[in-house]
Structures are given as C-alpha cells and as structure tokens.
Design a protein around this ligand. Structure first.
Ligand SMILES: NC(=O)c1ccc[n+]([C@@H]2O[C@H](COP(=O)([O-])OP(=O)(O)OC[C@H]3O[C@@H](n4cnc5c(N)ncnc54)[C@H](OP(=O)(O)O)[C@@H]3O)[C@@H](O)[C@H]2O)c1
Length: 254
C-alpha cells in the first residue's frame, strides 16, 4: 500500500523541466515539502508557485551543481530551510550525442560533469542528512533515487560518452546501495527509454535527427510516467526497496 510523504523533505535536481519537474509536482502532491534545483530560476519559480497554489510546499534553489561548492550549498540550504532531508532525486542531466571520432570534447566534459560528478557531489553532501533522517523518521526509511537510462544498460553507436555516464550511474547506485541499505537508506536507479522532454533540444537539430532516428515514430513516454515510478519507489513501506526500474515506451524495441 502506498504511504504518504507528509512531514518529509524531498530535493529534486533538474526540476526546471521534464522528468524532474513532473517528479517535484507528484512528490509535493504526496505531501513532501519539495526543494527544486536547476539553473533556470524563472522556471523553478513558476513550478514552486504552481505547487503552492495546489496547497503544497516548495522552495527554489538556482544552482549549477557541476560545481561541488554549489552542490554542497544546495544541501545545506535545504536542511536550513526545511530542517531535514528524506528524499534525494538525482535527475539533472544532459545528453549530447555524436560519434567519438571528431567529437567536440567539451560536450564529453559537460556530460561527465553533470551526469556523473554532480550526482556524486549531491549524494556525498546529502548522505549525512539522509542517514540522520533514516534514524529519526517515523517512516523508518529514506530514499536516494538516481535517474540513469536505457542508455545505462545498452550502448549504441553515437551515444558512447552518454552511455558511459549512464552505465556509471548504474554502477554508483549499486555500490552505494550496498553501502547504506542496512541503515535504511534505499538507493534506487530508474532507467527510462525515450521520454518527451527538452533533453534532445540541447543538440544541434541535425545531430539530434541523425542520432534519434532509431526512435522516430514511436509514442514516447511522458515525464509523468517516470514521476509515477519515482512516486511508487518512495511510497513503499520501509521493508520494501525497489532497487532498479527499466521502463521503455511500449513501441521502443531497443
Ligand atoms: N528524456 C529522455 O528520453 C530520457 C531518457 C532516459 C533518461 N533521461 C534522463 O532523465 C534526466 C532528466 O532529463 P529530461 O529528459 O527531463 O530532460 P530535460 O527536460 O532537459 O531536463 C534536464 C534537467 O537537468 C537540469 N540541468 C542540466 N544541467 C544542469 C546543471 N549544470 N546544474 C543543474 N541542473 C542542470 C536542467 O535544468 P537547467 O538547464 O535549468 O539547469 C533540466 O532541469 C536526465 O538525467 C536524462 O539523462 C531522459
């Protein structure tokens, strides 16, 4: 049976659009006080206003979490505003596809910095607070959820470095899960297939068209479909940990 999240605090990175935005809305509907993080402050403020108008609680922190100092500050501000931290959704990420030969290597740096290093900085800064909340929570459990991808399970041409970051997220999740699960910190990974978000808009249109061709014509998942899974994970009773969810659009074969 699903539990409500009243009295808990959830921090969602990459909440200015797509999956993070949908997850923040749902977690707030479930009763969590949410802290929404990304660089585009106006988007976050609109989201927080919507959540508050619907009767929820929301705080905005604009930050570039590729910088460790900013990631630490996000967690410190969260605990200062809200007094605790029960749920961390490491969702912020970019996908800059293309072959390795002739790549713009600055794109590799960006993917590694946000998809991997920022996720590690956020987790590292949050863990002391998550462990503390796990000890004193009436729910007896807290959650750290990492968003990987089908690209974290299956490599393909034109996605090598994105694949590497998302395979890395799967590895970090499993290692951290073994480290803290006995202390009631559930660590989960969600691996979506194609979701209709702004993710592909960061690429040049011709690069996106070429590399997204295998998925042309399928009915994509919606951000709310992934938010549903995040909500499912965090609302299980403490004894039940959903370690990994791989979810594709029905029409996506690979
Ligand atoms: N869409 C898909 O098909 C799909 C499939 C599998 C996995 N995923 C994963 O899902 C996650 C969310 O992506 P999405 O599809 O929802 O795309 P999206 O709409 O582009 O969202 C990406 C989010 O990451 C944030 N972000 C990027 N760089 C950041 C930085 N340096 N500091 C803080 N926030 C940053 C963006 O906010 P700002 O630009 O405002 O900072 C935005 O809120 C990503 O990890 C992605 O790899 C997506």
């Amino acid at each position: 049976m699903a539990e409500r999240l009243d009295g808990t605090v959830a921090l969602v990175t990459g909440a200015s659009s797509g999956i993070g935005e949908a997850a923040a809305r749902q977690l707030a509907e479930l009763g969590a006080e949410v802290v929404v993080v990304a660089r585009r402050k106006e988007r976050l403020e609109k989201l927080a206003a919507d959540i508050k108008a619907a009767g929820g609680k929301a705080h905005v922190i604009a930050a570039d979490i590729r910088r460790q100092k900013e990631a630490i500050s996000v967690v410190e501000q969260t605990v200062k505003f809200c007094g605790r931290l029960d749920t961390l959704v490491n969702n912020a990420g970019v996908m800059l596809l293309g072959n390795i030969q002739d790549a713009d290597t600055a794109e590799w740096e960006e993917m590694i910095d946000i998809n991997l290093k920022a996720l590690l900085y956020m987790s590292h800064a949050a863990l002391p607070h998550l462990l503390k909340a796990a000890e004193n929570s009436p729910r007896k459990v807290v959650d750290l959820i990492n968003i990987s991808s089908v690209a974290g399970r299956r490599a393909r041409v034109g996605a090598g470095v994105y694949n590497a970051t998302k395979f890395g997220v799967v590895a970090i999740t499993e290692s951290l899960r073994q480290e803290v699960t006995s202390r009631h910190v559930r660590v989960s990974v969600v691996e979506p297939g194609v979701v209709a978000t702004e993710l592909t808009t960061r690429m040049k249109p011709e690069v996106a068209e070429k590399n997204m061709k295998p998925f042309a014509g399928i009915t994509e998942l919606q951000p709310e479909d992934i938010a549903d899974i995040i909500s499912f994970i965090v609302t299980r009773p403490w004894r039940s940990a959903i370690n990994e969810v791989l979810v594709r659009p029905t029409e996506q074969a690979f």
